[in-house]
Design a protein around this ligand. Structure first.
Ligand code: COA
Length: 377
């Protein structure tokens, strides 16, 4: 075994290993910084809406006004849930995890509206961006109140559409903008686990839906997308900042991982965290109740002081989403609404210059040996 192979095996988890080329984004250059197609994510979150960002990821350039209007209209026209998928959503258990619902719905849509020369990857991407919030809220309302909701809303933005379907009325401007910014922050992140899973799937020449379904399943784990839900559960354990400080010190003493902190690639900070933190503060101020925000800030301070660990995007997303009235189980599905743009951009890129992804393993099992037939063992 070469020294290089040895180092990879020792690091585990492919940490630091370059496994392919991409022109979609750069993550963590110099320990920090995130750029989508060359644009800093902080600037995109401040000056562009999520649909502009999705267009950028998928087309390589930002849209002009006409292109954006057209793109938003295309996505908006694809919000309707087909009857066959409604039937499936109604059959799923009421206590399913919403991520399992998303994964199942994506796979089912692949049977109902399969990928073909006409229904190509561009059309399916628009469709998934349009339909995913509708799917989640159709399932949610059916199982919580028995209502079969109309999934069309007047809002042009995916954020506004989602919040309207969730609350049954238009969101405030602040909530819609905060949710829209969070979609931008979650939209893309290089060769993270779910994106890599999607590339592995389509590299076998599997269909587009297989790539997205694999990605959704991979995203659901608490070390990846599921961390925002775990962060919320953590924050809600505490009554006030002092209580939080004591609880975190105890958890660290017990060698527990604090969800929403640390990162595989960023070494200095997660550039997305301050952006979502500022939205969390604005939402707390608008509610006139900053208890969760103050608890979160104290946890941030304790983690920096004790472990030199900084919050990743998931940590302040938790309080931001909660303050928008979003149930915790929907936090990771929102990540799906957004990351679908990044996954799709990577699938398109993988297919454009495809090679089967099939790494080797370092074998650590028994040496070749003779088989003793079953009756003689
Ligand atoms: N809480 C407490 N300690 C943490 C930690 C956290 N959130 N994240 C990392 N550490 C510690 C580990 O315990 C380990 O300490 P040790 O060397 O004393 O054993 C060290 O930092 C390295 O952590 P490790 O898990 O090996 O790093 P990684 O690169 O494999 O992991 C994450 C990166 C993101 C998986 C990891 O930081 C983590 O589990 N964070 C919590 C989950 C999360 O927020 N995920 C969302 C990522 S965007």
């Amino acid at each position: 075994m070469s020294d290089k192979t040895n180092a990879v095996a020792k690091a585990g988890g492919l940490a630091g290993v370059v496994v392919g080329n991409t022109s979609v984004c750069t993550v963590g250059k110099g320990g920090h910084g995130l750029h989508y197609r060359g644009y800093a994510v902080e600037e995109l979150a401040e000056h562009a809406c999520f649909e502009e960002v999705a267009y950028l990821l998928l087309n390589g350039e930002l849209p002009n006004t006409d292109q954006l209007t057209d793109y938003r209209a295309r996505i908006k026209a694809r919000r309707e849930v087909p009857g066959a998928l409604k039937d499936i959503l109604e059959q799923l258990p009421a206590d399913s995890h919403p991520m399992d619902v998303m994964r199942t719905a994506c796979s089912a849509l692949g049977c109902i509206e399969p990928e073909t020369a006409q229904n190509n990857q561009e059309k399916i991407t628009d469709r998934l961006l349009g339909i995913f919030p509708s799917v989640l809220l159709y399932w949610h309302h059916f199982h919580t109140s028995g209502e079969r909701i109309d999934t069309n809303t007047p809002e042009d933005s995916i954020a506004g559409h989602f919040l309207h379907l969730l609350h049954g009325k238009p969101a405030s401007e602040l909530q819609e903008r905060a949710c829209d910014a969070s979609l931008t922050l979650y939209a893309e992140h290089g060769f993270n686990a779910s994106t890599f899973a999607s590339r592995v799937a389509v590299a076998t020449l599997a269909d587009f839906y297989s790539g997205i379904t694999a990605a959704i399943g991979t995203l659901s784990g608490p070390l990846h997308g599921g961390a925002n839900e775990q962060a919320m559960e953590l924050i809600q354990r505490f009554n006030d900042p002092d209580d939080a400080e004591a609880g975190i010190l105890k958890a660290l003493d017990a060698k527990e991982k604090i969800m929403g902190f640390g990162h595989r690639v960023y070494k200095v900070c997660d550039p997305r965290s301050d952006v979502i933190k500022s939205w969390s503060k604005k939402l707390a101020d608008s509610l006139g109740d900053d208890r969760l925000y103050r608890i979160s800030e104290r946890i941030e301070a304790v983690m920096m002081r004790e472990k030199k660990l900084f919050p990743n995007l998931d940590f302040f997303s938790a309080s931001a989403y909660h303050q928008m009235g979003i149930p915790t189980g929907m936090f990771t599905p929102i990540f799906v609404f957004s990351r679908t743009a990044g996954w799709a951009a990577h699938i398109v890129e993988q297919r454009a210059d495809n090679k089967l992804i099939r790494p080797s393993a370092q074998y650590i099992g028994p040496e070749p040996r003779a088989l003793t037939p079953i009756g003689q063992r």
